[in-house]
Design a protein around this ligand. Structure first.
Ligand code: ATP
Ligand code: MG
Length: 418
């Protein structure tokens, strides 16, 4: 036998048996997003590398070490498999002047690619659902995005997720704070690990988010940006809190939450669970008022999030959420005439809106009935030689009890539906 192939490390198949629940996640999410007036945008998976270098930021994990980038052999273009969705979405908004007629609420869904250490909840190809709102200045849209996610968790049957929020101020506040922070970390240089030393001048805020236990006490005691916010940033934050309070969505202030990407300002947030080990953040986002301009558009405020679908999927399984892709009917058929009638009868049932799996490949009634049971269908419809000749079929309820009965084929759809 020839050698078999295997999927690449960090790239997974989602198999039948899992896909019903996966599709359920997609369906519920798209319903909830539509409830808030977000419109779907379908974006490419490959973008120019420079979009991410400029959009996500040079000194981020993503750009420093996680991107799948290459040079196009035909024309020398430098290209990257999208590691996240926001930069590409902004690119599309700018390219097509989508905010020309006013603000836009958009969402997208699909695979993202990051070359990172594979572990539970951390793949190299993973999927995100992202939402981005462009042209809304106030904290109302920040709150809306968080409240929308609260509704989504509820609709998915997920409880016990915590909303953590923070504000990282505006560029000028952050610039001043950076200096304060660099000075503080320099005073504690002996405690800094390699990562922190590397980030000290490039991206000192990222040090706040370090998980290194040796640095925790020192980080805890660091000056907080929250304490030096200007009046406008403070008002934005207070406005957000008031809206979350009014909506009855609980949250905690986490002043160490800075997010890994350079483009954020003011509101940042994460939805966190303790049920997935170290990979506990299931959705994360914030405001990024300067990114549209950075990527060549007119100054346009923006706020959004990315939700990790695999992590939410794991959590749904953890909570025992079920979804079924079983057909309504499994059509058992044996004998020449019955086999000829089965596909025609199945089409009629499908016309009436039912999902019908027709048994194929012959076999005894007994073995076909086993398949019918295994399919998860609510009913077996049995078509043997006698039924075929008489123009009837036998309905056998497989799930909710009830007697088996014979009906005319013409009545079958109606009989199955009452
Ligand atoms: P982390 O701190 O876990 O690396 P991140 O800050 O890199 O997360 P974001 O860029 O904010 O993640 O992406 C938004 C969400 O996408 C995350 O909260 C997470 O749920 C999911 N996510 C990110 N990277 C991965 C991955 N490699 N595999 C699976 N899900 C991921
Ligand atoms: Mg990451």
């Amino acid at each position: 036998m020839a050698d078999k192939f295997q999927s690449i490390k960090g790239f997974y198949d989602i198999l039948p048996g899992q896909t019903a629940l996966w599709r359920h996640l997609e369906d519920v999410a798209s319903e909830v997003l539509a409830q808030y007036g977000y419109r779907y945008i379908h974006l490419p998976i490959v973008e120019p590398t420079a979009l991410y270098v400029r959009g996500v930021g040079e000194h981020t994990d993503i750009v420093e070490k996680e991107m799948y980038s290459w040079t196009d052999a035909l024309n020398g273009d430098k290209l990257t498999l999208r590691p996240e969705g926001t930069a590409g979405c902004v690119r599309a908004v700018v390219e097509h002047s989508l905010t020309y007629n006013g603000p836009q609420r958009l969402w997208y869904m699909g695979p993202m690619f990051r070359h990172e250490n594979v572990q539970k909840g951390r793949q190299r190809q993973f999927h995100q659902i992202g939402a981005e709102a462009f042209g809304y200045d106030g904290p109302d849209v920040d709150a809306e995005l968080m409240i929308m996610l609260a509704r989504l968790w509820k609709a998915l049957g997920i409880t016990d997720v915590e909303l953590q929020i923070n504000t990282i101020g505006d560029a000028s506040e952050r610039a001043a704070y950076r200096q304060t922070l660099i000075a503080y970390f320099e005073q504690h240089a002996e405690l800094l690990d390699e990562d922190a030393k590397r980030r000290l001048h490039a991206n000192p805020l990222r040090i706040l988010d370090s998980k290194n236990p040796r640095m925790q006490a020192m980080i805890e005691a660091a000056p907080k940006l929250f304490d030096v916010l200007g009046a406008e940033s403070r008002a934005h934050y207070d406005g957000l809190c008031a809206l979350l309070d009014a909506a009855g969505v609980p949250y905690t202030l986490n002043t160490r939450l800075v997010r890994g990407l350079d483009y954020y300002n003011r509101s940042v947030f994460e939805w966190v669970t303790t049920k997935l080990g170290a990979q506990g953040t299931i959705a994360a986002g914030g405001r990024y008022d300067s990114l549209v301009e950075t990527l060549g558009g007119k100054p346009t405020t923006a706020c959004g999030f990315g939700m990790g679908m695999e992590r939410v999927f794991l959590l749904m399984q953890e909570y025992g959420v079920q979804a079924s892709d079983a057909p309504d009917v499994y059509l058992v058929n044996a004998g020449e005439q019955a086999q000829a009638q089965a596909p025609i009868l199945a089409e009629r049932l499908r016309d009436a809106g039912m999902a019908v799996a027709v048994h194929a490949g012959g076999g005894s009634f007994k073995s076909q009935m086993k398949k019918a049971d295994g399919s998860g269908a609510r009913f077996a419809v049995i078509l043997g030689e006698d039924e075929a000749r008489a123009g009837t079929a036998v309905i056998k309820p497989l799930r909710d009890g009830g007697e088996q009965r014979s009906v005319a084929q013409a009545e079958l759809a109606a009989a199955l539906m009452d």
